[in-house]
Design a protein around this ligand. Structure first.
Ligand SMILES: Nc1ncnc2c1ncn2[C@@H]1O[C@H](COP(=O)(O)OP(=O)(O)OP(=O)(O)O)[C@@H](O)[C@H]1O
Ligand SMILES: O=C(O)[C@H](O)COP(=O)(O)O
Length: 407
């Protein structure tokens, strides 16, 4: 059971600073609606209905990446889900933000600008160091309480996640509570048959570390996405080409090369790699090529191929549990959705215990007409959920627990 306080313990009529995780897919510069808005809206609505003054913090993307944007579009989507206006101020803790915070009335909701636009937010440091930053020291005195609802970012030691709980009485929101309970329970569950993990997405650095930590708790890993191509590279195939504007492959290859080689060496028999890949053909169509026929690194691959899906399906069917972290391809583009959707369909058809995690990946479920009920748990957390599987502590949860002991 969690040992943190929740919003049930929050006294009435407070000025509350709330951390959400609204990190979303961005298309043409605009955030795309997804489960994170729907789920966080419950916490926001409950706090506003209770008459608190509610100020929200969240992040979007990472500096230097295309998805690093303002949160103004997020405020509009959240307004629809909460059913009351969510105001927005394009400032994190300057005078403009503080004036807007101080002007709020009971039951009003305001979203501050992307926390990662603030220099103090990102470098990972101890909670004590984060609590001493100008960001926390300036903003905290304008509030009576802090609520963390961002379970899916709880593996990061950023100021908005670990600094404020040292400066204010701290509570968990509804998403933090439910995701914590579901994911912690999974970590201690025992399975009779094979346990399979589908690994993909763009955050290869995160998932490769977890593959190493999970060790023999997972019987086989089915790889795709960026991590899959990096493992193929380690196995000697010239794949993993960065398309313009993105540095997904080379940077993560340099950072993880040794670990990938050692995981491949030690767990090679448990790791299944794509036998074919899909790319954009000359007429803009989906084209596929067998991995063994790729002899030059000149094409960017955007999905696993159909032979790979056919190879992965039986492994899923005979599993007792399947965990998904990250998409096998760029499923947002229908031409490159076959890998992700094929694997999700295979999981949905079995009655094994199944968890699909990740803010982006879980979105494929409704995009392609699958039913959430066909999976045991659909988590809006990606990195935090896979860390929970390894039993690794989450720094933002630890500070909430420490706060509860002081309160
Ligand atoms: N080969 C590829 N090249 C580029 N992007 C890819 C590739 N394969 C998958 N993706 C992208 O990976 C994204 C999902 O992975 P990501 O690592 O962001 O995980 P997530 O499920 O959102 O988890 P988290 O919550 O940790 O962000 C999808 O949006 C998809 O477009
Ligand atoms: O989308 C996520 O998984 C969380 O918001 C964390 O984002 P990050 O991996 O950029 O820290």
């Amino acid at each position: 059971m969690p040992t943190f306080d929740t919003i049930d313990d929050l006294p009435a009529d407070k000025r509350v600073l709330v951390r959400l995780d609204l990190n979303s897919p961005i298309e043409d510069g605009a955030p795309q609606d997804n489960r994170r808005f729907e789920r966080h809206a419950e916490t926001v609505r409950e706090l506003a209905d209770a008459g608190h003054r509610v100020v929200l913090m969240a992040h979007q993307g990472r500096p230097g990446r295309d998805d690093f944007t303002s949160l103004s579009g997020h405020a509009d989507i959240l307004t629809d889900h909460v059913g009351r206006e969510v105001g927005f101020v394009a400032d994190t803790y300057g005078d403009e933000a503080l004036d807007a915070v101080d002007a709020l009335d009971a039951g009003e909701v305001l979203l501050l600008e992307n926390t990662r636009m603030c220099d103090d937010e990102l470098p990972e440091e101890s909670p004590e160091e984060k609590a001493e930053t100008e960001f926390v020291r300036t903003l905290a005195p304008h509030f009576d309480a802090y609520v963390n609802d961002a379970y899916s970012a709880a593996h990061r030691k950023h100021a908005s996640l670990v600094g404020f709980p040292l400066a204010l009485p701290a509570y968990a929101g509804r998403v933090m509570e439910t995701e914590y309970e579901a994911n912690t329970a999974i970590a201690t569950r025992e399975f009779d048959g094979p346990v399979t993990m589908v690994v993909g997405g763009t955050k290869a650095t995160d998932v490769i570390g977890v593959m190493d930590a999970l060790d023999d708790r997972v019987d086989r890993f089915l790889l795709g996405g960026v991590a899959g191509e990096l493992f193929l590279r380690a196995a000697g195939h010239p794949v993993g080409r960065d398309v313009a504007g993105l540095d997904l492959f080379d940077e993560q290859w340099e950072a993880n090369r040794e670990l990938i080689e050692s995981v491949l060496d030690e767990r090679g028999d448990a790791i299944r790699l794509a036998s074919d890949l899909a790319y954009e053909g000359p007429e803009g169509e989906r084209a596929e090529v067998a991995v063994d026929d790729i002899d030059e690194k000149e094409t960017g691959y955007l999905d696993v191929g159909s032979a790979t899906v056919a190879d992965y399906e039986p492994a899923i069917r005979d599993s007792d549990a399947v965990f998904v972290k990250g998409a096998l391809g760029v499923f947002e583009d229908e031409r490159f959705a076959d890998g992700t959707v094929g694997v999700l369909e295979a999981i949905a058809e079995t009655d094994c215990f199944s968890v699909v995690g990740g803010g982006d990946t879980s979105r494929a479920i409704e995009m392609y007409g699958l039913r959430e009920d066909d999976f045991s748990h659909v988590s809006i957390a990606g990195g935090a959920y896979i860390r929970a599987l390894t039993g690794e502590p989450l720094p933002a949860v630890e500070v909430l627990e420490a706060a509860a002991e002081r309160q």
